[in-house]
Design a protein around this ligand. Structure first.
Ligand SMILES: Cc1ncc(COP(=O)(O)O)c(C=O)c1O
Length: 361
């Protein structure tokens, strides 16, 4: 079924207020946004508007009971200046997987892509061109039932907006491996990109940040022993030349799109990649045997971020200098070159926004 998108363009662009040479992550918002509302079992009122606030009912069910999910993608410009987006179909799939887990309405793929293409065409001047910068695309959906009482909602709002961003981390990351708090457990919602997964980590993250760390590297919720992921990134370890990352089978971590891409690129480069359980003891033993070559995180926001140091049970462990980390540096370059259209897109990962997408279709 075709969904029509109406477009109301902004009368006055705010782009002149933004310093594109100094883009903090997630603080600037482009001129337009997309909204669609779900009621009577279908999506209605699909519209692009000037970026603006909306009002909410005090009993808005997502604010009380947490039916809220989101995604994150990035757009850059190719050599001809056209907007390109990295693997948006995979983000779309994950969006609906999250929606399913949270008992929310499925969103149609054609509408998701069309809304994204139109927004990027309208706001193409907001796509930064400086190295390490891009236009972050944030789709999200929340329950809009105006009702007090716990039941799956039947009304939802889908919103997509964009934000020009610079680098998420500007230096190697310091992570704290927690042996008290946990993020997810089998049977839970770890694999979904739902708001509550992030809300539950705010207190532990604030505590470790006060101690000088950037993020938590989570251990599994059952044994508190196996590495899981970082709050915004999947985790990779290189021990004795082998690249290891936790598997997805327990459903406790996010099926990261950057993770999937790095695994593919690493295999292409001839590295051995293992998706398997990796315990903190194995990492620490490798450290003392001088076999722990690298630890890094991967994510859309953070791309590939090296871990400079990790903390576990009162000890700090320092990783080798970033310049010495040949494999991850090579993989980061491969990935950023593909994302920006500089390297050949062997796997059809890049989505190019079609020209002439302004029409109200
Ligand atoms: C908890 C968590 N893990 C991993 C990732 C990395 O996933 P992706 O590479 O798809 O951005 C993210 C970011 O989306 C995240 O929030």
């Amino acid at each position: 079924m075709g969904y029509k998108i109406s477009i109301e363009k902004t009368k006055k662009s705010r782009i002149g207020n933004v310093d594109f040479n100094n883009l903090p992550f997630g603080r600037n918002f482009s001129d337009h946004m997309f909204i669609a509302d779900y009621y009577e079992e279908d999506w209605h009122d699909c519209r692009i508007l000037p970026f603006q606030n909306y009002s909410t009912h005090p009993a808005l069910s997502s604010l009380h009971y947490g039916q809220a999910i989101f995604e994150g993608m990035k757009a850059e410009r190719d050599a001809d200046g056209n907007p390109i987006v990295f693997r948006p179909a995979k983000n779309f799939n994950r969006f609906n997987i999250s929606a399913d887990r949270m008992a929310m309405a499925q969103f149609p793929e054609e509408l998701y892509m069309n809304a994204m293409d139109k927004l990027l065409t309208l706001d193409r001047d907001w796509i930064p061109t400086a190295p390490k910068s891009s236009l972050y695309i944030r789709p999200h959906m929340f329950a809009t039932e105006e009702f007090i009482g716990i039941k799956p909602a039947e009304n939802f709002r889908f919103v997509m907006f964009t934000s020009p961003v610079g680098a998420y981390y500007n230096r190697p990351v310091k992570v704290f491996i927690h042996d008290q708090y946990i993020r997810a457990f089998p049977g839970g919602v770890g694999y979904a990109k739902c708001a509550g997964n992030y809300g539950a980590t705010m207190l532990p993250v604030r505590e470790v940040q006060k101690m000088g760390y950037d993020q938590i590297l989570w251990l599994d919720g059952v044994h508190k022993r196996y590495l899981q992921e970082i709050g915004t990134m999947n985790i990779f370890i290189i021990i004795d030349g082998v690249i290891i990352t936790p598997g997805l089978d327990l459903g406790t971590i996010l099926d990261g799109i950057t993770r999937d891409s790095i695994i593919q690129l690493a295999e292409d480069e001839g590295y051995v990649v293992q998706e398997r359980d990796i315990s903190i003891e194995e990492v620490i033993n490798a450290y003392y045997e001088n076999k722990l070559e690298d630890m890094f995180g991967t994510g859309t926001a953070a791309v590939l971020s090296h871990i400079g140091e990790f903390h576990y049970k009162g000890e700090n462990y320092e990783l080798p200098p970033v310049e010495e980390r040949e494999a991850s540096n090579k993989l980061m370059k491969r990935l950023t070159d593909i994302k920006s259209g500089k390297a050949e897109d062997l796997y059809g990962w890049l989505h190019t926004v079609p020209v002439g997408i302004y029409s109200n279709q």
